[in-house]
Design a protein around this ligand. Structure first.
Ligand code: CAA
Ligand code: NAD
Length: 284
């Protein structure tokens, strides 16, 4: 059993927002923290919209949606996470930013609390060094986008993660309606080790003029039965996040074959990050 009632979430972007929504709907008292007030407002607005839609579609009663709304609190103060039994971090995919945050968090949380990161690729063993002697309670809890829809949580044990922490997090993932599957602590784990090179190759295919972006996506959708083509999916994930993940894998797996395609990097430099800026490979 997980023995958890209160879930803290750090970052109210697409992943943190989705994780908070699923936690609230699953009956956990949930607090979402973000440094950016407008991101918090946007997250709250999206929760209202998605819960209203679930009621409209008959997937949830009005009472359950109202109860879920009441269970989720939004804050710009890290201290508001102090009573959390677990905190799931979902900020930018950079080890330095995440480690600073976990260091601050370790002086806020109780001794028994669990630290989880939704990182897409960064070593859990490395991130766990930021919480001192509490690395046994540090774990990777990798959700998939869009969180309310996707069933998987990839669970990653760091070198020091205890068996008890793993069991509690596996049980928590199930209580959030997800299927938890373990993976070992190597850059990119299983999911992005396989997905990101495909996305990166789609950018090379475009850069080399093999086909137009729409045609690359159409071929992969119709030919491989993928729900989205790789370039549409890159926009959906965020092109900045794709570059960060490739950088982590190139460094962590010590292999230049994981270097981000120059065209992908160029779009990020131009501020074309995908859905979140309404322009990436495609315009929205
Ligand atoms: N939040 C909540 N629900 C959402 C949603 C969101 N952001 N986006 C879509 N949905 C729901 C819709 O409400 C809809 O449900 P109802 O019909 O019951 O209302 C359902 O999902 C299907 O949505 P749509 O009909 O609008 O669109 P669709 O059929 O094209 O499905 C999709 C949309 C689920 C996103 C689908 O295109 C898909 O599965 N795409 C691939 C997603 C994927 O590969 N995700 C993994 C990314 S990699 C990752 O996450 C790891 C990483 O570290 C980068
Ligand atoms: P995002 O850009 O949508 O959201 C990140 C949020 O974190 C922003 O709202 C930002 O204001 C906030 N933030 C940044 N620094 C902060 C700090 N120091 N303290 C508090 N809040 C801070 O990013 P995202 O797509 O939600 O990705 C977040 C994490 O989830 C990354 O590690 C990413 O690799 C991982 N992830 C992303 C996807 C995806 O498809 N986008 C899927 C799985 C995992």
């Amino acid at each position: 059993m997980h023995g958890m009632e209160r879930v803290g979430v750090i970052g109210s972007g697409q992943m943190g927002g989705g994780i908070a929504q699923v936690a609230g709907v699953s009956g956990f008292d949930t607090v979402v923290f973000d440094v950016n007030a407008s991101a918090l407002d946007k997250c709250k607005g999206l929760h209202q919209k998605l819960l209203a839609r679930a009621v409209e579609k008959g997937r949830m009663s009005q009472d359950d949606a109202d109860a879920a709304r009441k269970r989720i609190a939004y804050t710009d103060e890290l201290g508001a996470l102090r009573d959390s039994d677990i905190v799931i971090e979902a900020v930018v995919e950079r080890a330095d930013v995440k480690k600073d945050l976990f260091k601050d968090l370790s002086s806020v949380l109780s001794e028994t609390a669990v630290f989880a990161s939704n990182t897409s690729s960064i070593s859990i063993t490395d991130l766990a060094t930021s919480v001192g002697d509490r690395a046994d309670r540090f774990i990777g809890m990798h959700f998939f986008n869009p969180v309310p829809v996707m069933k998987l949580v990839e669970v990653i044990n760091g070198l020091a993660t205890s068996r008890e922490t793993t069991d509690r997090v596996l049980s928590l993932s199930e209580a959030m309606g997800k299927t938890a599957v373990p993976a070992n602590d190597r850059a990119g784990f299983v999911s992005n080790r396989i997905l990101m090179p495909m996305i990166n190759e789609a950018f090379y295919t475009w850069m080399e003029g093999v086909a137009e972006p729409e045609h690359i996506d159409e071929i992969m959708k119709l030919g491989m039965a993928h729900p989205m083509g790789p370039l549409r999916l890159a926009d959906f994930i965020g092109l900045d996040t794709c570059v960060h993940i490739m950088d982590v894998m190139a460094e962590g797996l010590n292999n230049p074959r994981y270097r981000a395609c120059p065209l992908l990097k160029q779009l990020v430099t131009a501020g074309r990050l995908g859905d979140k800026t309404k322009h990436g490979v495609f315009k929205y």
